[in-house]
Design a protein. Structure first.
Length: 268
């Protein structure tokens, strides 16, 4: 029987902070790498305790907490593992082995320094080209396919690496995010994701949508908290990305950023 998926809440900041703080304390997570207004590879300790930052942290940790329900005595591939905190969570949840893969050499170096345990291995490799003779009982791929030139080819490769009775745990942002993150190459709807998974040999067993809204007030606070990740005035005024950001602020008062989380089995 599959563990039940419970949506993370965007309403209760107090609950978010308590949940996130517990995860950080128990796992001794540290550091972070930032990008234009968002985090490409997150490590929770450096995230501020403002409500908007803590909601992001909660969503990330809750994904791995759900994945941990599948970890006991399993061989796990954590592809696009970032700085490795999630791979550690899977290891501590009883995984037989964990292989973490990420394109960023600095992220993998950080993971090896902080989260290298027996039966946990970190590999610097391109997710779209990663090859191994191993098969895995669980593949975890959070916020990956929106970055890839050919997400269908990637999922076909994952299908081949997954044991017949295994599970793929996948997350992806929904809607247009390419103006917020220049590394995002696609804008997916929920149905787009379901169709892509079916076309590449997967059946969606369970899913949830973790809602997230980044308000104008949140952004003003982030100017002080994360000055290195802010867009410049020229970026906002003279680029297509900047124009779209301004439109979002005018029309919506911020950015609506829902995150789809799926548990998938193999169709064949």
């Amino acid at each position: 029987m599959l563990p039940k998926l419970n949506s993370t809440s965007n309403q209760s900041n107090k609950g978010s902070q308590e949940s996130a703080s517990h995860g950080v304390t128990s796992l001794d997570i540290k550091g972070s790498l930032s990008s234009w207004g968002m985090w490409e590879r997150l490590v929770p300790e450096q995230i501020a305790d403002d409500p908007a930052s803590q909601r992001i942290l909660q969503i990330h940790l809750e994904r791995y907490k759900t994945a941990a329900c599948y970890a006991k005595d399993k061989r796990i591939l954590d592809i696009a593992c970032g700085t490795g905190y999630g791979s550690q969570m899977l290891h501590l949840s009883g995984a037989l082995s964990v292989v973490g893969v990420d394109l960023s050499a600095s992220a993998i170096a950080y993971a090896r320094e902080h989260y290298q345990f027996p039966h946990v291995k970190f590999i610097c490799a391109n997710a779209e080209m990663f090859e191994t003779s191993e098969q895995f009982d669980v593949v975890v791929s959070f916020e990956t396919i929106e970055h890839l030139l050919q997400p269908d080819k990637f999922l076909q490769r994952i299908h081949n690496l997954l044991a017949r009775e295994g599970y793929l745990l996948l997350s992806v942002p929904l809607g247009e995010t390419r103006h917020l993150d220049s590394y995002h190459l696609h804008a997916f709807s929920q149905q787009d994701v379901f169709n892509l998974l079916e076309e590449t040999g997967f059946s969606v067993e369970q899913y949830r949508c973790d809602d997230y809204f980044l308000s104008y007030r949140d952004l003003l606070g982030w100017q002080q908290l994360y000055p290195e990740s802010q867009a410049s005035l020229s970026d906002l005024l003279f680029t297509r990305r900047g124009h779209q950001c301004i439109l979002n602020l005018i029309r919506q008062g911020g950015f609506h950023l829902p995150q789809l989380f799926c548990v998938c089995s193999r169709l064949y």
